[in-house]
Design a protein around this ligand. Structure first.
Ligand code: HAM
Length: 415
């Protein structure tokens, strides 16, 4: 019996994993430049955290979460996103008592039981950031600037940034009421899902892919017409800031986002070349979330980028598995016996060394060194063993020099 990975979940092997490490390094570098510190939360959380955080009527909570009861009958879920866990950690750690502003970033796997297709998986990785404790539009601007810089540094071009404001507790209820009333009138024309949505979560109607529903929603009013003066001012300030930074963007009044915690700013970045799953990143403001999860009344804003989607779009350099690798070719019984301590000595001096576990011919060992992309090969045969010297061969110039064992580490670190 052989096994395959779970549907929608993938292995990462070298050399592809090297590209992943490179993207993660870019994420860490950019996050550090903007003053964000790393937070790592568990992959498993209590299911109720997401029900309360993301919203009972969201698609994620309704049908996409991996939930299970453990042996103690505790209801647990694989995290489908990072914001609710980060906010939970923020509250639980009491971070707000020592610093009114927290700036966190995270990298790691998320789980959603969606229908797999190109760019959509059941396990996927996100790079996300959360600013907790800032209500000013400057925080929204900085978060979006970081997002665009990260995508740019990762080599993505042809991006489209769409932004919207979803209003707040003051102006959104009036809009939702109007929306609900209008949806009620067209109920029979809506798909079964949207009929349900129209009662529980009417904003989700804007995410429906059904052509008839898409057509119908075109005539519906947008939230823009209902923004209160404070929401209008906030949104304008965000746009002015983005203009100042020359971050191109367009208003899309139909961005609703699939998570219910958003208020005011909501944004999405789409890229050409991804097909249907073209959102590389998205985020927004979630001013009521910290309180809803049992914390103080503290605002927040953040984003997350899907790393699989990003990697589908970017041709990152794929260097050899270990850059600056050296290979140790040992021939003959005596040489092989002496090789391992020498190799360990070189590794302890900080040199990346590889060798062949089997007793193969010099030719086959050289072939392997070449395949691994070794910069230099240390050759040790019976003669060299007698002289306590090794031959160091430069694989590029083919030049060979004899080096006493004691000087090997020094000779190999020389460029
Ligand atoms: P989200 O829009 O649900 O937001 O996900 C962010 C990104 O994760 C998407 O734009 C996409 O690139 C990627 N993604 C989502 N689902 C999948 C999937 N099934 N397969 C592959 N990639 C996927 C959030 O998760 C929010 N927590 C973002 C946020 C942070 N808002 C405020 N702070």
């Amino acid at each position: 019996m052989s096994f395959t990975a779970v549907k929608g979940m993938h292995d990462l092997l070298p050399p592809v994993s090297v590209a992943w490490t490179a993207v993660e390094a870019i994420a860490r570098r950019v996050a550090a430049r903007y003053g964000f510190g790393e937070v790592r939360t568990p992959i498993v959380e209590k299911t109720a955290l997401f029900v309360r955080g993301i919203g009972e009527a969201s698609a994620i909570v309704e049908k996409e979460m991996y939930v299970f009861a453990d042996q103690g009958d505790e209801q647990l879920a694989l995290r489908p996103e990072g914001t609710a866990p980060v906010v939970r950690a923020y509250i639980e750690s009491g971070a707000f008592q020592t610093d009114p502003l927290a700036k966190y970033f995270y990298l790691g796997p998320m789980f959603r039981r969606e229908r797999p297709q190109k760019g959509r998986y059941r396990q996927f990785a996100q790079f996300g950031v959360e600013v907790i404790g800032a209500a000013a539009p400057a925080a929204d601007i900085e978060v979006i600037a970081l997002l665009m810089r990260f995508l740019g540094d990762a080599g993505l071009a042809k991006l489209r940034l769409e932004i919207n404001s979803l209003g707040c507790a003051i102006c959104r209820p009036a809009y939702l009421q109007v929306l609900q009333r209008m949806l009620e009138k067209m109920r029979s024309e809506l798909c079964a899902d949207c009929q349900r949505r129209s009662e529980k979560n009417p904003l989700r109607i804007f995410d429906c892919k059904n052509p008839q529903c898409r057509h119908l929603v075109e005539d519906l009013p947008t939230i823009v017409e209902y923004w209160c003066p404070a929401c209008t001012a906030h949104f304008q300030a965000v746009r002015v800031g983005l203009d100042q930074l020359q971050i191109g963007h367009v208003l899309n009044p139909r961005i609703a986002r699939g998570l219910d915690y958003y208020v005011r700013t909501a944004f999405e970045v789409t890229a050409e070349g991804l097909g249907a799953q073209n959102a590389v990143g998205g985020g927004g403001r979630y001013d009521g979330l910290v309180k809803a999860l049992g914390g103080p009344e503290v605002p927040g804003v953040g984003f997350a980028v899907g790393l699989e989607r990003l990697l589908l779009l970017t041709e990152l350099p794929r260097p050899p598995i270990t850059p600056e690798l050296r290979f140790f070719a040992a021939i003959g019984e005596k040489a092989r016996a002496a090789a391992l301590p020498l190799i360990e000595h070189l590794r302890s001096a900080g040199i990346a060394m590889e060798w062949d576990y089997e007793d193969r011919s010099l030719k086959s060992q050289m072939r392997r060194a070449d395949k691994l992309g070794a910069a230099r090969v240390v050759i040790l045969g019976a003669d060299e063993w007698k002289k306590q010297k090794a031959i160091v061969r430069d694989m590029r110039t083919k030049e060979q020099t004899e080096v006493p064992f004691k000087e090997l580490a020094h000779a190999l670190t020389r460029t």
